[in-house]
Design a protein around this ligand. Sequence first.
Ligand code: ATR
Length: 275
Amino acid sequence: MEITGRTRLTGLFGDPVMHSRSPSMHNAAYLHLRLPFVYLPFRVAGDQLPAAVRAIRALDMAGVNITVPHKEAVIPYLDRLDETALRCGAVNTIVNREGVLTGYNTDGLGFLDSLSELGFELRKKKAVILGAGGSARAVAAALLDVPVKSLLVLNRTVEKAKELAAALGAGDKISIFPLKADAVPDLAEAELVVNTLSVPFKQRGSRLVNLEQAKKALFYDLRYGSMPSGFLDYAKELGRPGVDGSGMLLHQGARAFILITGREAPLEVMRKALL
Ligand code: ATR
């Protein structure tokens, strides 16, 4: 990659970022299309987030991706939010247009892209989400837009799941159930179970919830790579199909690429870079 006087900086703000595959994916795409961009990982501590966002303007960066733990915290420092980011209350992409910073969230659509790539049809189906944090909200918003028939949210803190349903204005379509090791929710009609939990699926030897009733569901783990959650091992034990979050990583990245560069994303190049 040749760095010249025209090269523009893009990158990832998060903590940690050391193991992120986003730099490989985006730099491979820039190189392939000979775009004058470079993508670097930036480990940004929480108290440095406002300064890091100011640096986007100061350094005239073209845009950045935002990851854990800044997706929600970054919002007050932006000039605008697109509708999806507003609805999710979280941002994973910032685009700098002449100093005006707009926040987007490509996670939900990236998630849907990964499912349609698998030929998985979601319309009018029943889906289950484990968790009610930021990732769960992005996934829930996307699923409601499909639209799915109904959503069941299982969460340790039931109040948080209620907040999620209220924030998405979907009280009638979302039902809520406590996530407990001894609970056996009725999942007979569920065709998709998405794990968004930030902790391993097995805690002190026992699973966070019993999913045996989900007999015809695809098990989708938002995690990928070297830190498996144990959720897909459970799917295998139950004889259910399972996919990890690498497809979502690819597609949220491709959508972020389009927003930041204004160019079509070279999907196969990006996919290869992730492998
Ligand atoms: P993210 O942005 O990745 O979604 P998050 O917003 O911190 O992360 O959400 C973490 C999710 O994991 C939440 O659903 C959280 O449940 P609570 O709302 O009850 O906190 C869930 N989680 C975290 N630790 C957990 C644990 N020990 N047992 C069960 N669920 C847990």
